[in-house]
Design a protein around this ligand. Sequence first.
Ligand SMILES: Cc1cc2nc3c(=O)[nH]c(=O)nc-3n(C[C@H](O)[C@H](O)[C@H](O)COP(=O)(O)OP(=O)(O)OC[C@H]3O[C@@H](n4cnc5c(N)ncnc54)[C@H](O)[C@@H]3O)c2cc1C
Length: 330
Amino acid sequence: MKRVLIVGAGMTGSLCAALLRKVSGTLYLAVWDKAGDSGGRMTTASSPHNPLCTADLGAQYVTCTPHYAKKHQIFYDELLAHGILKPLTSPIEGMMMKEGDCNFVAPQGISSVVKHYLKQSGAEVYLRHCVTQINLRNGKWEVFKETGSPEQFDLVVLTIPVPQILQLQGDFANLISECQRQQLESVSYSSRYALGLFYEAGTKIDVPWAGQYITSNPCIRFVSIDNKKRNIESSEIGPSLVIHTTVPFGVTHLEHSIKDVQELILQQLENILPGLPQPVAIKCQKWRHSQDGEKEEKGRATTVMGIYIVPGLGLDESKILSHLLSKEVL
Ligand SMILES: Cc1cc2nc3c(=O)[nH]c(=O)nc-3n(C[C@H](O)[C@H](O)[C@H](O)COP(=O)(O)OP(=O)(O)OC[C@H]3O[C@@H](n4cnc5c(N)ncnc54)[C@H](O)[C@@H]3O)c2cc1C
């Protein structure tokens, strides 16, 4: 039985796992992620006081353009049929909509999309497994993690952001050609922070929108009443608020302490939404590798022997990917 390791339990890794399972039911499939939960940049955080009070700190909604609607209709149909995605119906002020675009939200939180594919794949998911080194040993890939013994695989799929791929040590680093390295090094990412504010049940946040893009503040770019955005308002679960900073703010404060950054964002929030109630919990998330270089990231899929480097593919090119992998795997 072939052993396949997918590094990264985000959108790309989970979909790769589900697609691989479709092409071969007998594979041993493992997914390793360094984080404590699956989701990656599609993460959903919970209030420490109530796990049902959640907030999407990364991706907010999934946009289906007419092009992708044609190309990936089966993915959307399946996610809609399972209730994982629902059309976005709440008002998002300042949102750029192109003709024919359709936006979807995930009522159970955006990470539920990733969890759905992981479950479908039947892969063994190992969290807090940070890959550090990949060596070639007797024709197999020996993969090292921060703690514990290395393991051997026939095929490795890297879905982690490019700068993290370039940090990997071992034979893998020497096997990347100069041209591949240059291509990977040209991938750029922006950085920003996200803040999740969690409130007690019954708290009222009285605004006419579910989300708002802000253009007049140097720190804050986007605010959403996350439960309202997802149409899951309830009298038993408190509301949650999500704030995304601007990229210039994120870049300037990238190495500052989370506590200081959180304080600065909260001060600016007071200018935008004065008199907000006091949250019961706050989570501040640094996105060192945020989404803006996404298109660049997608163009950089490449292969080094049995290692597939597919950062940021997400739903895109998934059919090609499954084809590519099935040849190797079957
Ligand atoms: C603030 C923000 C807002 C966004 N908004 C939207 C939106 O509204 N709509 C949209 O479609 N997209 C949005 N995006 C982009 C979207 O989230 C990403 O394109 C998508 O989630 C990328 O998925 P991925 O699996 O390719 O990468 P990731 O989600 O980054 O997954 C990579 C995984 O690899 C893990 N990892 C990294 N290094 C290692 C290692 N050495 N060993 C093991 N594991 C490792 C990470 O922990 C992570 O879980 C947003 C992103 C951000 C940050």
